[in-house]
Write a protein that binds this ligand. Structure first.
Ligand code: ADP
Ligand code: MG
Length: 157
């Protein structure tokens, strides 16, 4: 496990951008934590780091935003509005996550059984001083190497 401190949005973006070069086809990054904890902000950093130039909006209402133009095709999901397992399964997530592009999944903790075991989990927390911490846990042979790089100083932070 590694924990990094993000004092402000720029740092959260930079941590995301720093992860981007390490992502690969089949990467699974689960983003959990309270509303407003910085998950979408981090995903925006990842998207920038993968070369996405257009706006990267929260997929709260569309559930899955796809960026096929990214260096690794990027899929950004937000399952906040889903209540039932069947709804999540109905999106085809079980078939696609872990295979089809690199996935960033907000509110993944609502459906813990849907995800491959080989993955990177990021837990976002508010800190009392108004900043955030990001705790990273990696499992499996494909994602464990990502952890070593995660604590590296983000450029531009
Ligand atoms: N380290 C940080 N410190 C303070 N605010 C931050 C930090 N990282 C991100 N934010 C801000 O927090 C707000 C909520 O972030 P967002 O990514 O939308 O949260 P979530 O997707 O987890 O609900 C945004 O305005 C974002 O810029
Ligand atoms: Mg969000």
């Amino acid at each position: 496990m590694r924990r990094v401190v993000s004092p402000g949005p720029e740092a959260t973006l930079a941590f995301g951008a720093a992860l981007a070069p390490l992502l690969f086809e089949g990467a699974v990054v689960l983003l959990s934590g309270d509303l407003g904890a910085g998950k979408t902000c981090f995903a925006q950093g990842v998207a920038r780091g993968l070369g996405v130039e257009g706006p990267v909006q929260s997929p709260t209402f569309v559930l899955v935003m796809e960026y096929p133009e990214a260096r690794v095709p990027l899929r950004h999901a937000d399952l906040y509005r889903l209540d039932r397992y069947e709804e999540a399964a109905g999106l085809g997530l079980e078939e696609r996550v872990g295979y089809d592009g690199a996935w960033l999944i907000e509110w993944s903790e609502r459906f813990p059984d849907l995800w491959p075991d080989d993955r990177l989990e990021l837990l976002f927390r508010h800190t009392p001083d108004g900043g955030r911490t990001i705790e990273a846990v990696a499992t499996g042979s494909r994602h464990t190497p990502l952890l070593a790089a995660f604590g590296a100083e983000p450029s531009g932070a």
